[in-house]
Design a binder for this molecule. Structure first.
Ligand code: ATP
Ligand code: MG
Length: 400
């Protein structure tokens, strides 16, 4: 009967001047890219919202559910669009009133963005309110905290009527914060860290170290599934994978066992930083959380950190495992990360890892390793896979 549309709301706090235009432009083009396979006619800016115009009204829920997962989207409302005809929008208000399941109280919240419509906001509230009171005589009008709030927005030649408005992930549109290289292990933490940083607008290039050829490639499949689970957020451009097993074996065979993990990590960080330089990424990201495991004490973080000069972002540093697991469940990565998959983390693990390593101790243990040569070799043998991310641009060195 009436066309369905999605109205996308974003937080405007801190969005001033050019920032705001960049933000809107980026969010619009991310939405267009994400929705390219959906029956969508257009995405455009209208009066402080972004409007997604559907070719097929029955796709409204599918489209809204996708939009809710996109960084930068604060809320999505599923609206009916009518002409500026009281009969039409009053009827749509009936549909909106019933759109949220059982309720007892409601109110109408009307807004007129164009003063060329003769009925102002107050009059609209009264008109639609009176209509709904007649339509649902057993329900009560309540101004503060009603069960249902029916919005009636007059914008340009149309009226948008809705009550269902769901909270999105918020944050900033991918592509507004530059590029990072995220170390993704396939465990629970790093996908959550990756998602958090994407949510702040960063484009992510992942790097995964597998145990190959000492283990199977199972962890690479896990990481690929994780990337697909995070696809609706649209922030992962590419994931590099490194066959790390032989390097771990070389390290494990001639260093004090308690330093193994730290030396693996130091090599991982050096490789990740080299990739970041090639990708022109401005920071590294890890899923570390302070004190969670032996390798994540301040001393050990410091010894690993000391081999790189780019900033290392640790979005989960202050989060408890319970909080991380809750987020992982919400974003759909928990089940994938929980699958048993042999990876390089399980390879050549010492019985009691060092919890307070010193930089000097690590340098001494590494001095006979051809570290630079290893990093060069790893970079030359990198494999990668690309994912849909409209703001990712592959570096010249690794363009297919
Ligand atoms: P996760 O749940 O992300 O695996 P974790 O609790 O197992 O983290 P660690 O094993 O100490 O913690 O790893 C700390 C961080 O180092 C990871 O969050 C990840 O960013 C990075 N990392 C560890 N192993 C790998 C790997 N095989 N490939 C890529 N990054 C890794
Ligand atoms: Mg792990």
């Amino acid at each position: 009967m009436y066309e369905r549309v999605c109205l996308v709301h974003y937080h405007e706090i801190g969005l001033k001047g050019r920032n705001r235009a960049n933000f809107e432009h980026r969010l619009l083009s991310n939405m267009e890219a994400a929705l390219c396979d959906y029956p969508v006619r257009s995405c455009e800016r209208i009066s402080g919202h972004l409007l997604v115009d559907l070719e097929d009204s029955s796709a409204v829920d599918e489209v809204a559910d996708l939009l809710l997962q996109m960084p930068g989207v604060a809320r999505v409302s599923r609206a009916w669009r009518t002409a500026r005809d009281p009969q039409e929008y009053c009827h749509a208000a009936e549909l909106a009133l019933m759109d949220n399941g059982p309720f007892e109280t409601f109110k109408v919240n009307a807004r007129r963005s164009n003063t060329d419509y003769e009925i102002d906001s107050m009059q609209l509230n009264q008109l639609v309110g009176a209509h709904l009171c007649e339509f649902a005589p057993d329900k009560k009008v309540k101004m503060k905290h009603p069960d249902v709030e029916v919005h009636v927005d007059v914008v340009q030649g149309s009226v948008y009527v809705y009550s269902r408005s769901d909270r999105g992930v918020g944050g900033l549109p991918v592509g507004t914060a530059g590029k990072v290289v995220s170390l993704i292990s396939g465990g629970i933490d790093s996908p959550v860290a990756t998602w958090r940083i994407m949510k702040r607008g960063a484009v992510v290039v992942g790097v995964h170290f597998s145990g190959r050829p000492q283990t199977s490639d199972a962890s690479e499949y896990v990481v690929d599934d994780l990337a697909h689970a995070l696809e609706p957020a649209g922030g992962i451009g590419r994931i590099y994978s490194v066959d790390f097993g032989d390097y771990q074996r070389a390290i494990a065979s001639s260093c004090p066992p308690q330093l193994r993990i730290i030396l693996y990590r130091r090599l991982m960080f050096r490789v990740a930083e080299r990739i970041a330089r090639i990708e022109k990424a401005k920071a590294l990201v890890t899923g570390e959380s302070l004190g969670q495991v032996a390798s994540q004490t301040l001393d050990n973080i410091n010894t690993v950190n000391s081999v790189v000069s780019l900033p290392v972002l640790r979005p989960l540093i202050g989060s408890d495992k319970v909080e991380i697991v809750e987020t992982a469940e919400r974003i759909g990565t928990f089940e994938i990360s929980s699958r048993p998959a042999e990876d390089c983390c399980t390879l050549f693990m010492p019985r009691s890892p060092e919890t307070h390593a010193h930089i000097g101790q690590c340098e001494e243990a590494e001095k006979d390793f051809p570290i630079d040569q290893w990093v060069d070799e790893i970079i030359e043998n990198l494999e990668w896979k690309d994912y849909p991310c409209p703001t990712y641009h592959a570096p010249g060195k690794f363009r297919k």
